[in-house]
Ligand binder design. Structure first.
Ligand SMILES: NC(=O)c1ccc[n+]([C@@H]2O[C@H](COP(=O)([O-])OP(=O)(O)OC[C@H]3O[C@@H](n4cnc5c(N)ncnc54)[C@H](OP(=O)(O)O)[C@@H]3O)[C@@H](O)[C@H]2O)c1
Length: 420
């Protein structure tokens, strides 16, 4: 490294920003000599453990300070962070962000601006916060053709599902997640799969060169999962996880987020609590598993500090850190054409011919059945059916018809079964 003295600005001094500021202070100046020039906040009157002179509410002071080499964006939300990042990169300043919303929204554009201005853009903390997984995916595995990337990339929903696996109801698990600070007062982004969807969009871009539209990523959350589903999962030697799955095979590319019944032997089955994991698969690499803390100020700050070291090293070379992005040459597969196996639990009338009617409906829709378990409960019976892999559109029309059958009282749950 020719120059190891760098001037830095931090945009945001909240939960993550404060942890980053503390880590910057501790950084060994033999590795990097960092001068913290400015910290951007919204409310200058708040009490902070920072020299008054460096706090500002005026972004222009940072943008127009020619001595600032690098800015760390930890504001949250899309605006004004997105415009700030564009402006900084356009001036040739390196940017590090932890903001998945911005990268999912306009990652390719930001990477292009960084490339055009020979500067750096890093966002390791935007996916699986404390797990350094993006750098291996962008750099170490750039020469590999990946076939599948999947992950547990939302700690809140994984905490809730783990708690339900231990016997708690969804409501109790969610309220424990709130009181431990894992879930926000409005947890919908986490439990509805939206947060995982944004991260899946980033992984799609980095691993496959596809930037799917928000609405093209099928997304289903965990709010319909019940204790009974976990009892069934256990009987089948499986558990239930909210999984983001991105496939690229000869039939095309598809990214989706939904709960899956997954075999207890699969590496993702053992990811418990608020932990995250990302699995990358390819013909030459077989299967790589990255796991660790997917949230929290300290793990997130750790990824950001790693990015600061990489960016400062790269800045000395006056080149962008980005190789050309992968280019996807196949076709995009719509979710309707994705093949899944389904676990369907129904309450049905306990009378002869019911199973035949239901099996017949599946058959008419090109769906074959792998196994059936029927348990009588007096007037009604519980019927659990697992289908073979079939197209989502065929599974969905089977379910629509079965729901309307007079012998079916209710469809209690539908969960996709993960298959390797
Ligand atoms: N929490 C995690 O585990 C985690 C993990 C990975 C990534 N992230 C990402 O990290 C980012 C920061 O999250 P956080 O929890 O630290 O947020 P936060 O606690 O709400 O802090 C936001 C900070 O930005 C400042 N700010 C907000 N809007 C501003 C504006 N318009 N102008 C100037 N300053 C503004 C706030 O100023 P004031 O202090 O004056 O209010 C505050 O200091 C988010 O993008 C989040 O998704 C978080």
């Amino acid at each position: 490294m020719q120059n190891n003295t760098f001037s830095i600005a931090v945009l945001g001094a909240g939960n993550i920003g404060s942890a980053v500021l503390a880590r910057l202070k501790e950084l060994d100046n033999k590795i990097l000599d960092i001068e913290l020039k400015k910290v951007l906040v919204k409310d200058q009157t708040k009490n902070r453990d920072l020299d008054e002179g460096i706090i500002t509410t005026n972004f222009e002071e940072i943008l127009n300070d020619g001595s600032i080499d690098l800015a760390i964006e930890v504001l949250g939300g899309i605006e004004p962070g997105k415009e700030y990042i564009k402006a900084l990169l356009s001036k040739g300043k390196a940017v590090i962000t932890a903001n998945k919303d911005i990268i999912a929204d306009c990652g390719p554009e930001l990477i292009r601006i960084a490339q055009e201005n020979n500067t750096c853009l890093y966002f390791e903390a935007a996916v699986a916060a404390g797990i350094p997984v993006l750098k291996p995916l962008i750099e170490s595995l750039r020469g590999e053709e990946l076939t599948r990337v999947l992950g547990i990339i939302n700690g809140t929903s994984n905490y809730i599902l783990t708690s339900m696996e231990e016997g708690n109801s969804y409501e109790d698990a969610l309220s424990a997640a709130k009181s431990l600070g894992y879930a926000e007062p409005d947890p919908s982004n986490d439990i509805d799969g939206i947060d995982a969807k944004f991260k899946a969009m980033i992984l799609s871009l980095l691993c496959f060169g596809v930037s799917p539209k928000n609405e093209a990523v099928f997304t289903e959350g965990i709010s319909k999962i019940t204790k009974e589903d976990f009892e069934w999962a256990s009987r089948l030697n499986k558990t239930i996880k909210l999984v983001a799955q991105i496939d690229s095979d000869k039939e095309g590319f598809n990214a989706r987020v939904h709960p899956v019944l997954i075999d207890k032997k699969h590496p993702l089955a053992s990811i418990r609590g608020a932990l995250n994991a990302v699995v990358a698969e390819g013909d030459k690499i077989n299967q790589l598993v990255f796991s660790g803390p997917g949230a929290g100020a300290e793990p997130t700050a750790s990824s950001i500090i790693g990015d600061v070291l990489s960016a400062c090293h790269q800045l000395s070379s006056d080149q962008s850190n980005w190789y050309p992005l992968r280019e996807y040459k196949g076709k995009i597969k719509s979710f309707d054409d994705v093949e899944s196996s389904m676990f369907i639990r129904l309450s049905v009338k306990d009378q002869p011919g019911v199973l035949a009617k239901i099996a017949g409906t599946f058959g008419e829709n090109n769906v074959s059945i792998e196994s059936v378990i029927q348990e009588g409960r007096g007037e009604t019976a519980e019927l659990v059916i697992i289908t073979h892999d079939a197209k989502e559109k065929d599974l969905s029309s089977s379910v629509g018809t079965i729901k309307a059958l007079s012998v079916v009282d209710d469809i209690d749950s539908i969960i996709r079964v993960y298959s390797d």
